[in-house]
Write a protein that binds this ligand. Structure first.
Ligand code: SF4
Ligand code: SF4
Length: 477
């Protein structure tokens, strides 16, 4: 069921809440990042004043807003920054911000600390010479590090966001060393996608083959324990490190659940443009659903035809590897911004860890000359809706290396005959497995006997005292 079916009212409008909004308060910016997807620098024509912004914030709160990210351009250059933060926080919204950090001196750190933001993230894209080069501002690395220290001294928990690309990727271990010595406590790693409107001269995206190394970086940082580290939405999906990449809530990490743009998330430009996610702005007008200068935000959000690419998602819209992928219903092809950038028809996402790992698996077992060892694991009582990368990660890894039968059915509803059926290939009533101590008297053969006849030693390792009856019944040596 897609969001529109889930949240459609009797009159046809959409009634789901806005869980999060990322709001570009201004397009003005004091950095010159060579990969900037917003192409920030000067203010947009018609940027809203503070009064208009506060009206909009009120409307967002009425639509259920829980979390607001104040963004830009550089949000600290906006005259409305402090007013909107105070207004929304006072009404129970969790507000945070993402800044380039160039304006954070001692005084600014104090003002930010007094606001009570739930988080502040400062961009840092490499060790000193790499960061300064990518951000186009000499001395910016030092300013960021000092800004983080000022905030830290004022008791603000400060994080950093790194955009990984081909230029800075080889320097990530050095940045990691720098961060360990710094005031930063959180590190978010995401990919630079040059195809999403970066300057024409910047084409340095990491390749799909480098994705496992990015995931491994996140795993290593987590294992080190000094920084909380997670991947951004555009790193994934459903590879062996899926849960490692995701942000940890108090209930632990949750596997990727598909792009939330327009489903629960909203992007707002500084002149009232409404998108499902602010990052989609890199596709110019393609994902703009309307302007609040023409129709109210409520009308746009509630319109059943808005954000159709996500609210009306159907698996048939993808093809190629994504189209045949077993995770498609949940994944939906990953980050929509990335998908639309790499495949304008939005059919198939090549930047996917599951895809890369699938292509790197060892050849099928029939090509192995020596007979392989075989382990047959039976787990009783698992419910299909309680299996998945988020709930049973080890089982999930095992499934990824094996063959999964989605329509296998047990021939009986209780364990003894069901296991007998699995080990002998016979329906339970033909097998004669009726009581715990029954031998499978009618079985012509069974898996253990078959393997023993092939020269294997067989063994059973029950984890429940009575269960070895299965192995004995089937003749495991
Ligand atoms: S192949 Fe496509 S649908 Fe499957 S996990 Fe990767 S991005 Fe998602
Ligand atoms: S477009 Fe990408 S960044 Fe935006 S909400 Fe969707 S997954 Fe997240």
């Amino acid at each position: 069921m897609n969001e529109l079916q889930q949240h459609k009212t009797a009159n046809g409008s959409f009634n789901g809440p806005i869980a999060r909004c990322v709001w570009e308060l201004t397009l003005r910016c004091n950095a010159l990042c060579c990969f900037c997807g917003s192409r920030a620098g000067t203010a947009r024509a018609g940027e809203f004043d503070t009064k208009r912004c506060l009206d909009l914030a009120r409307e967002m709160i009425d639509l259920g807003l829980e979390k607001l990210t104040l963004s830009g351009g550089e949000p600290l250059l906006s005259k409305s920054f402090f007013e909107i933060a105070k207004f929304t926080i006072a009404r129970g919204v969790r507000a945070d911000t993402v800044t380039n950090g160039l304006m954070i001196d001692e005084n600014m750190a104090g003002r930010i600390a007094d606001l009570g933001l739930s988080a502040i993230s400062i961009s840092l894209d490499g060790p000193e010479e790499i960061h300064d080069r990518l951000r186009g501002v000499p001395g910016s690395y030092r300013k960021v590090m000092r800004g983080a220290e000022f905030l830290d001294k004022r008791g603000v928990r400060v994080g950093t966001i790194t955009h990984v690309n081909k230029i800075n990727f080889p320097h990530m271990d050095r940045l990691f060393e720098d961060l360990k010595q710094s005031a930063f406590k959180i590190w978010k790693v995401q990919l630079t996608i040059p195809e999403t409107g970066c300057a024409d001269s910047f084409r340095e995206r990491v390749t799909a083959e480098q994705l496992p190394a990015v995931a491994d970086l996140i795993r290593r940082v987590q294992a080190d324990g000094r920084l909380h580290c997670a991947g951004g939405h555009n790193i994934g999906y459903f590879g062996c490190e899926e849960l490692t990449l995701r942000t940890r809530s108090k209930d632990g990490p949750t596997a990727w659940g598909g792009c939330a743009a327009g489903r629960r998330v909203l992007g707002m430009t500084s002149n009232g443009g409404v998108l499902g996610c602010l990052s989609l702005l890199t596709h110019d007008e393609r994902f703009i659903e309307g302007y609040v200068t023409d129709r109210s935000l409520t009308e746009i959000w509630r319109d059943p035809n808005s954000f159709a690419y996500n609210r009306q998602f159907r698996p048939e819209q993808r093809s190629g590897f994504c189209g045949a992928c077993r995770f498609l219903e949940r994944c939906r092809g990953g980050c929509i911004n990335q998908l639309a950038a790499l495949d304008p028809e939005m059919k198939d996402n090549p930047l996917c860890l599951y895809r890369v790992e699938s292509s790197q698996r060892p050849p099928h077992r029939t090509s192995v000359r020596r007979p392989p060892s075989a382990v047959y694991v039976v787990v009783d009582g698992l419910r299909p809706d309680y299996i998945g990368p988020g709930l049973t990660p080890n089982l999930h890894r095992l499934m990824q290396d094996g063959m999964v039968m989605n329509n296998a059915r047990s021939s009986a509803v209780w364990t003894m005959p069901a296991v007998g059926s699995m080990l002998t290939g016979m329906a339970a009533h033909r097998l004669g497995a009726i009581k715990w101590a029954s031998s499978w008297r009618n079985a012509k053969t069974d898996l253990f006997t078959f393997l023993a006849n092939q020269g294997y030693a067989t063994a059973s390792f029950p984890f429940f005292p009575k269960r070895d009856v299965f192995a004995r019944a089937a003749g495991a040596r």
